[in-house]
Design a protein around this ligand. Sequence first.
Ligand code: NAD
Length: 457
Amino acid sequence: MGERQSPIGVIGVGYVGLVSAACFAHLGHSVVCLDVDEERVAALSAGVIPIYEPGLEKLLEDNRERLRFTTSYGDLLSACRVLFVAVDTPPSPSGDADLSRVRQVVGEVAERGGDRILVMKSTVPVGTGGHVLHQLRARGADGVHYVSNPEFLREGAAIQDFLEPDRVVIGATDPEDGDRIEALYRGVDAPVVRTSVPTAEMIKYASNAFLATKISFINEIANVCEGVGADVRTVAEGMGLDHRIGPHFLQAGIGYGGSCFPKDVQALKQLAGNSGYHFQLLNAVIEVNQLQKRRVVAKLKQRLGSLHELRVGLLGLTFKPNTDDLREAASIVLAARLQGEGATVGAYDPMVPAGAHPQFPGVTICGSPEEALRDADAAILVTEWPEFQRLDWAACRELMARPLLVDGRNALDGEALAAAGFEYEGLGTADGPVGGDLESVSSGRPDGAASSAGGRR
Ligand code: NAD
């Protein structure tokens, strides 16, 4: 098939597709990118990057002559034989992954047939490869083969993760197809896991579900720490030194968010249920994650009583630092919950422009952290952007009506803040009152309207 000669196709140029395209170009391949979003394609063709990802603008610029953008499947398919699919697979109302975009792509490819390999980078339920092949064969596209190549990159570190991954997973029915895809990664120094399509699909879901489990586990440990006067940060450090556990994903906080963990954990739970298995553990992982946001609100109420007509400043809105992605961000749930308690919410995030924002109805998005904290009765650090560590907190204290700060990521120096006059509280850090009303949160059900942290949008 001469992949070195024929360009690689990438279908869907969002966070995964655009980073993959730029990195394949960096590895020396020509890449044709297709997206149905005409504005996005026009912007990219003009050198304007529609998303924020550190280093991406430069990588695209450096490899400009090897990259081309189009909205035409005819154009893409006349040029490319290997097609990486990186369209979004958002959650459907049932919790299953919504594969409508994948089906659109398969339909377009099936219509034109040819001798090709469709390589699935999107996260899709186990069994999707089989369904896609069935769809292709039913439409007479006998020359289109299928490979599963799940993506593990993290937004904010996506380029490094793509070029220096912990592993490359390739699931193929025909070993020659797997060889062809593996060859495209030449220049990437990582173990390659070669396996069947369903196993590759499962590796992706199991990995994300395990990471989410680690987060919910340490969050539960944090909650117990608060009741017994232990400090979860040191507990996590002590646990993480055990090589069987490892130090990663043991940062207690307000829980996971983003476009992947909530939907993938839910989708795996759903997948298990659809196959007749009740995945007990994942139910708890999801519930704990939802309750963490309630705990933060409960901490404010414990100190302030009713939040009615109080003003709360949120620092950080994106689901994590170094991205502009707001999908399933904890801030969305928190803002709604606080407003549900009658509070007025002001917020600041370096990636979210000041003014009104459709994801945050009723919230005033401010142009600076100081503005978000002015006259606030309390503040919550939601996203651990480095700039919040460098804030002039003494000056901020003077701006606030009451210097109460809940650090939802345990990212700030609590002792220094207390010395600066703040009522500082982390999560599981023994800064706050031990036990108390928060007990009721740990036994409560996350069935409140605004508590669907990992829920659908
Ligand atoms: P995204 O929403 O940022 O990008 C998806 C792109 O696909 C959009 O530009 C959209 O316009 C385009 N698209 C939709 N339908 C299309 C079609 N029929 N033809 C062509 N283009 C179409 O999504 P993302 O965050 O890049 O995620 C893509 C997939 O990768 C998902 O399955 C996700 O679960 C998975 N994933 C994401 C991450 C991450 O950190 N974002 C990491 C690993 C895996």
